[in-house]
Design a protein around this ligand. Structure first.
Ligand SMILES: [Zn+2]
Length: 311
């Protein structure tokens, strides 16, 4: 029997919002050569071992959206190399989600995507471990999940909008008048987890930036939304990652070789990992596995010599 090769789709926080205990389901989603999906649950104590079998990244296919909760995933017919982000040129060109960003500027969209966009949406302000904040939008059905996958340390919803067009107009307004960007890079999020601010400080910054966004929204005077003040609940698996501690960036390139570690916490796609034989947590940005081809196995990452220099 040969080992199964998998294309890594990434880390997904697709379960329901956590209960008071904070438990949430998060998985690393893999796809075998026949197209079957396999999900590896990521928890505190998950052992993750793998070998990267080929250089470079492959296309992750595209989506056709049929309604608020209905969408089809379409595999890349060519299993081509990724050229535009995580897609090949063909999949990028036919992906419905590409059209989302032009919808509020009057762009035309297919009926299914329109039904998706016309559901209620939330505008949020999220703050990350390094203190950087952004404004963003979440569809009603992804209200909690969107922030979990982003790896927010603290976040507040600042408006409830009737649909996805209005919420994107509000997002642009908050960027323009409250100075909040719409993106924080994944590398900045990982660097933040390596040296986080105190969670209480992150929360205080978030409260301040959210208040600034609300002040802008309160005087905007357009219709189809209401200003809200509602806190997002961080999943428990992300709590340990948000607390300052002595940590190191993962010393190996996830683009090649063998890797093996135990995950102890997860913020978005950024894991804290324990390497065999080291008492330190390493920060592993699992987002950089997206699009790579791997085999699972009993591997262990080499502990770097950096450890001695700490004592
Ligand atoms: Zn493709």
């Amino acid at each position: 029997m040969t080992d199964t090769r998998y294309l890594v789709h990434g880390v997904f926080w697709d379960g329901p919002a956590p209960s008071a205990a904070g438990e949430a389901r998060v998985v690393l989603r893999l796809q075998d050569d026949a197209g079957a999906i396999r999900e590896v649950a990521l928890d505190a104590g998950t052992r993750l071992g793998f070998r990267v079998t080929a250089p470079g990244k492959r296309c992750l296919g595209h989506h056709k959206v049929h309604g608020p909760a209905e969408r089809d995933y379409v595999r890349c017919a060519e299993r081509a190399a990724a050229e535009r982000g995580h897609q090949c040129g063909t999949c990028f060109a036919v992906d419905d989600s590409r059209l989302v960003h032009d919808f509020h500027r009057g762009g035309r969209v297919p009926a299914g995507l329109r039904a998706y966009l016309m559901q209620p949406h939330w505008l949020y302000v999220a703050t990350f471990a390094n203190g950087a904040s952004k404004v963003g939008t979440a569809a009603e059905l992804r209200k909690w999940n969107r922030l979990a996958e982003q790896g927010a340390v603290a976040a507040r919803y600042v408006a409830a909008a009737d649909d996805g067009r209005i919420v994107r107009l509000l997002e642009d307004l908050v960027t323009r008048d409250a100075g909040l960007p719409q993106q924080v890079r994944s590398t900045a999020k990982a660097a933040g987890i390596a040296a986080p601010l105190l969670p209480a400080d992150v929360d205080a910054r978030n409260a301040r930036r959210a208040a600034g966004a609300r002040a802008v929204l309160a005087v905007a005077g357009s219709e189809g939304y209401r200003v809200v003040d509602e806190q997002w609940r961080r999943p428990r698996l992300a709590d340990a990652a948000a607390v300052p501690a002595l940590r190191h960036a993962y010393p190996h390139d996830l683009g090649s070789g063998t890797h093996g570690f135990e995950t102890t916490a997860l913020s978005g796609s950024v894991a804290l990992a324990r390497l065999d034989g080291a008492d330190l947590d390493f920060v592993v940005n699992l987002a950089s596995l997206k699009g790579r081809t791997i085999e699972l196995g009993q591997h262990r990452s080499e502990v770097p010599a950096v450890q001695e220099s700490l004592f």
